[in-house]
Design a protein around this ligand. Structure first.
Ligand code: UN1
Length: 501
């Protein structure tokens, strides 16, 4: 272990009914994927009984919290945002130790969480509904919003604080209470967000945090007191949650897979496109649902583009993510690395060719097991074989870019759409006409023009088309759709023709 990663493990606690408590069940820990002997945090798991207690607390807190003025609810978020910003370097380093993204990305993510909290903190200053005219005298029709109640929040490992912030901030500001289970690989950052919120004055029971594995998530999702579930994670888990919730009439917001394409047309600014495709595919080791995992490049520039991309990758440094000189760290666990490698092997067995494999030169103190070299796969020229190849179809969630060549823009757009997913896409061109065509033709929830496919601002909707997501979109003005329901109020006074007093 190097000095970069040495720090005593933090004791993990659960937050139930406003009290931080140690769990009753088996021990679990989070470890640094670059140094598995560096234990970042350790604690005891929660049980199904804790889930019950958390729901009781959340239900009990719900009425008062819903009646608290939205400006006061927002003020809590705003104070929490300030404390996250003030601690962003320390928390960013913890995030990097626990998850494996680079230090710059870790610190950036903590600041992003603060920015998300701040956006929702101001909700009280925005419109709270609609007013319609009535066909009847003396009446107005209002559409007001109410919180949905107790929201179950299940969050993934890859954005340990930003994704929880973008679910929990709107849940809270719209007056809901929360029972939250973060991914078991990143419990410390969850504790840090919950601490920021409780220290900012969140009343007891409004946010409850439980650590554990999938079984605990199931207990949350299946709890009879749950009013809504927001989930980000794998497609298979998301579909299972949605199926179980549908039978009980519980609304679900599920943000799942992506197989996002970057389309590089013949007239693209190649230096810019290379840089952005590099960032989209390999930052955070490709572990973003918005990462660029398919590259569709015009035949006429394909060799030039791939040559430049590979040259750029040759100077892309893979190593301990706490080292500020490093561009890419490990993936989240050694098991995830093995799965990604198995995916590459499967793709190759089905006809793909490895055209680039980066060199991973690790300091001897770093454990190699969770590292995957940046890899470019060329799909077979045969269209049917390419279309069915796992590197074209399946989300590997690692630093792997799968390439197909296209003869012109129509073919390129058709290839971009050739996926069951439709989260994000990028197009690289200098021609506004091509951009307008792409806006009409590429079926994705997010379209980037001359920028990488990842990234999301808090004030605009985030979410996918096709099978990338279920339920209303997240963030910005869209968030209100999931975290509230409307009440249409037919508002009349007394008899409008009564004489003046
Ligand atoms: C981003 O692109 O910066 O799980 C955010 C994910 C997405 C978040 C992407 N929900 O990767």
């Amino acid at each position: 272990m190097t000095a970069l990663s040495a720090a005593a493990p933090v004791t993990l606690r659960h937050l139930v009914a406003g009290r931080w408590e140690e769990g009753p069940a088996e021990e679990f820990e989070s470890t640094n994927p670059a140094h598995p002997d560096d234990v970042v945090a350790r604690g005891l798991r929660a049980t199904v009984e804790d889930v019950d207690r958390a729901f009781t607390a959340a239900r009990r807190a719900a009425r008062d919290w819903a009646r608290t003025p939205v400006h006061e609810r927002g003020a809590v978020l705003s104070r929490a945002a300030n404390s996250l910003d003030a601690a962003s370097e320390q928390l960013g380093a913890e995030l990097t130790r626990e998850e494996g993204k680079t230090l710059a990305e870790g610190i950036g993510e903590v600041r992003r969480a603060a920015q998300i909290l701040r956006y929702f903190a101001n909700e009280g200053d925005r419109s709270a509904g609609e007013v319609f005219a009535s066909p009847r005298r003396g009446e107005r029709i209002l559409v007001t919003r109410r919180p949905v109640g107790v929201v179950g929040v299940i969050t993934p490992f890859n954005f340990p604080i930003a994704i929880p912030a973008w679910k929990i901030a709107p849940a809270l500001v719209y007056g809901n209470t929360v029972v939250w289970k973060p991914a078991s690989t990143v419990p410390l950052l969850a504790v840090r967000l919950a601490e920021a919120l409780t220290e900012a004055g969140l009343p007891e029971g409004v946010l409850n945090l439980l650590h554990g594995e999938g079984a605990l998530g199931n207990a949350i999702v299946e709890h009879p007191e749950i009013d809504a579930i927001t989930f980000t994670g794998s497609t298979s888990v998301g579909r299972r949650i949605a199926a179980a919730a549908a039978t009980r009439g519980v609304p679900v917001q599920a943000e799942m897979g992506g197989k996002n394409a970057a389309v590089v047309l013949a007239d693209a600014d190649l230096d810019l496109a290379v840089e952005q495709v590099l960032f989209g595919a390999f930052r955070s080791s490709g572990q973003k649902c918005t990462a660029t995992s398919r590259l569709i490049v015009d035949d006429s520039i394909a060799d030039d583009f791939l040559g430049r991309l590979q040259a750029r990758l040759d100077s892309w440094t893979v190593g301990d993510p706490l080292d500020p000189a490093v561009d890419m760290g490990p993936v989240v666990t050694a098991a995830a690395a093995q799965q990604i490698e198995a995916g590459i092997e499967h793709a190759v067995a089905e006809g793909a060719t490895v055209v680039y494999r980066g060199i991973v030169r690790l300091d001897e103190s770093v454990d190699a097991a969770a590292f995957v070299a940046p890899t470019i796969l060329q799909l077979p020229a045969d269209e049917t074989a390419a279309a069915s190849n796992p590197a074209w179809q399946e989300e590997f969630f690692g630093p792997i870019l799968s390439v197909r060549r296209a003869a012109g823009r129509s073919e390129a757009f058709a290839l971009a759409n050739d996926s069951e997913f439709g989260l994000s896409a990028s197009i690289f061109t200098q021609d506004v006409t091509r951009v307008l065509e792409a806006m009409d033709e590429i079926d994705a929830g997010i379209l980037h023009v001359n920028s990488e496919s990842a990234g999301a601002d808090p004030h605009v909707p985030f979410g996918g088309a096709k099978k990338s997501g279920l339920g209303p979109k997240e963030q910005g003005g869209a968030a209100v759709e999931f975290f509230t329901h409307t009440t249409t109020v037919y508002l009349r006074g007394g008899n409008p023709s009564a004489p003046d007093l």
